[in-house]
Design a protein around this ligand. Sequence first.
Ligand SMILES: Cc1cc2nc3c(=O)[nH]c(=O)nc-3n(C[C@H](O)[C@H](O)[C@H](O)COP(=O)(O)OP(=O)(O)OC[C@H]3O[C@@H](n4cnc5c(N)ncnc54)[C@H](O)[C@@H]3O)c2cc1C
Length: 330
Amino acid sequence: MMDLKIGLTDRPENSEDRESVKGKSYDVIIVGGGPAGLTSAIYAARENLNTILLEKALCGGLPATTDIIENYPGFPEGIKGMELVHKFKEQAKKFGVDIAEYREVKQIGSEGNKILIETSENTYQTLAVIVSSGSIPKKLNIPGEKEFIGKGVSYCAICDGPLYKDMDIAVIGCGNSGLQEGEFLLNHVKNITFIEYLPYMTGARILQNKLQKNKKAEFLLNNELIAVNGRDFVESVTIKDRKSGEEKQIAVSGVFIYAGFLPNTGFLENNVKLDHAGYIITDEDMKTSVPGIFSAGDVRSKNIRQIDTACADGTIAAISARNYISELKS
Ligand SMILES: Cc1cc2nc3c(=O)[nH]c(=O)nc-3n(C[C@H](O)[C@H](O)[C@H](O)COP(=O)(O)OP(=O)(O)OC[C@H]3O[C@@H](n4cnc5c(N)ncnc54)[C@H](O)[C@@H]3O)c2cc1C
């Protein structure tokens, strides 16, 4: 497990990039350098669109925070998350994309056919923008959570579940995500202790019924996760009964936390429609409610959030942006 966004490029290279792009206007501006944004960049550049990608930290997105990716097609032995996104970035650079890292987008607004993008450093003008700023897992901010990410603490069952084959784990949260992901995890692990803060589960009744019949699942409702413990890897969790106040430790090798995700959309103008959870609503061409603003990847409203689905969105968004720009210019 590596630290978030360390190592794809270093700052001096980016400083140079920053100067070279300052003040320019572009055909397409991509917000976010994760799988969706980098794929959009590759496709947009290959369409001869003058393209810049703005990334608030270093490129890579969420895959840069996970060790091995085993389900991305083309790598039968698996590939390090960092290595995979490094390849994405190299490919985008090869086709001439300007990549500006440490350039956080603060606001996106439109003025006629032009879209204005304000970053931490300057304002850009573009015909089309692809918002691929992803989402971040909600953290519980309890002792041990941050320290053990990738060493037993996970927010992604599809990605990390198979690593816990025949082990005891805990799933935190009995909402739809926790129960759905828990159902998937039960195919791999020995036992799951589901821990829910509320005195009842909030996930779909049909899922509750199904899981309660499963002998490998145990439910501790009205319990709060207060710490994740271990030396090099997770060894146990500490929970607190919210009624009696009693604390106890449960031995587990993994903790999957489903306290929800937060989409990164704070910089959008008000007329970009969002769903009830704050994700960007698009049609199947990745068009949002505002002409010229497209969206791709985890930040948009959809059911499956994976690297390959983010890449697929990125491809579609870039081609849609090309079509939109061609119409504007004709
Ligand atoms: C721990 C973990 C492990 C995972 N493992 C797998 C796996 O094994 N296989 C798999 O297929 N999927 C996996 N996933 C899911 C996968 O990582 C996501 O579906 C995928 O990264 C989505 O790509 P994205 O480009 O939409 O968003 P992200 O990867 O989240 O990238 C978004 C980027 O936008 C940037 N950004 C945000 N706001 C701004 C702003 N204002 N200005 C500029 N830049 C901004 C962020 O810094 C980030 O780099 C995992 C997820 C997690 C959390």
